[in-house]
Design a protein around this ligand. Structure first.
Ligand code: ZN
Length: 267
């Protein structure tokens, strides 16, 4: 059972969808009352969500000193600029994303505020500029969209990269922290969840290889075989996943694309 350490407030943005679950989690972290605070992932550019963030800051009497981004996808970062202007604080994240940064954070960088320190881990795969934040001494990692609180994560080409994604998941397994606070959904245990994610990816890869071995040779044919009885609402997500898996298999030499048709080359 997760018992949140004192000083962490979760605010879920009003942007529920298939990929964002109940909405994006914005985390307010800092010593209470009247301590220094950071905002992790301001969420979408929503005045309603911003009002809730302001209300929470006021209610604990905190002083926000910076905004941290796990990555620059709009559901996490579109509200960064407006929040940064309103609070007069810098936006910090990994370089190369869609949001202008006031401070660039590299892999291994430390961000310190009164009572909390955050170690930055560059964890690409879902997004090139993706960071996780290890809350040192608290047993927690904030994983943005690397790991969600429920279900599995959709990867989309061209930014989604399965090999990088698996490497980033494996990096999480090297940590001693026990809990994940995800960008969407509730807290989940780190080791069990990350192992499930890796197993799920391997199972999916095996199914795709099987489909190719049986003669499926286009993305649509592979999808039809792998995702039988697929809910049409999930079609786009499934297609992205198959494409990202095929790109990974081609990169490792197990699959080739000839005349617009994929074929499996075992061994
Ligand atoms: Zn997201």
């Amino acid at each position: 059972m997760f018992c949140p350490p004192h000083g962490i407030i979760t605010i879920t943005a009003p942007n529920p969808s298939l990929t964002t679950l109940e909405g994006t989690n914005t985390y307010l972290i800092g010593r209470r009352p009247r301590g220094e605070m950071v905002v992790i992932d301001p969420g979408p550019d929503s005045p309603i969500h911003r009002e809730v963030i302001f209300h929470e800051i006021r209610s604990v009497g905190g002083r926000v000193s910076l905004i941290l981004l796990t990555h620059s996808h709009p559901d996490h970062a579109a509200g960064a600029l407006a929040l940064s202007k309103a609070l007069q604080v810098p936006v910090c994240g990994f370089p190369g994303g869609a949001v202008p940064l006031d401070r660039e954070l590299s892999h291994g960088a430390m961000v310190e505020i009164e009572g909390f320190s955050f170690r930055c881990l560059h964890t690409p795969g879902h997004a090139r500029d993706h960071l996780c934040f290890v809350l040192s001494g608290k047993g927690i990692v904030l994983t943005g969209d690397l790991v969600l609180g429920r279900g599995s994560l959709a990867l989309f080409p061209p930014e989604g990269d399965l090999d990088l994604y698996r490497t980033s998941l494996s990096l999480l397994l090297t940590l001693d922290e026990e809990w994940i606070l995800p960008g969407h959904g509730p807290p989940v245990p780190l080791k069990r969840t990350v192992e499930e994610y890796l197993r799920h990816r391997q199972d999916r890869e095996n199914q795709i290889k099987e489909a190719l071995a049986l003669g499926c040779s286009t993305v649509d044919e592979v999808m039809e075989w792998v995702y039988r009885d697929l809910d049409p609402a999930l079609y786009g997500l499934a297609r992205g996943t198959v494409e990202v898996h095929l790109a990974s298999l081609m990169g490792r030499g197990g699959v080739v694309l000839e005349d617009g048709r994929y074929c499996h080359h075992p061994g």
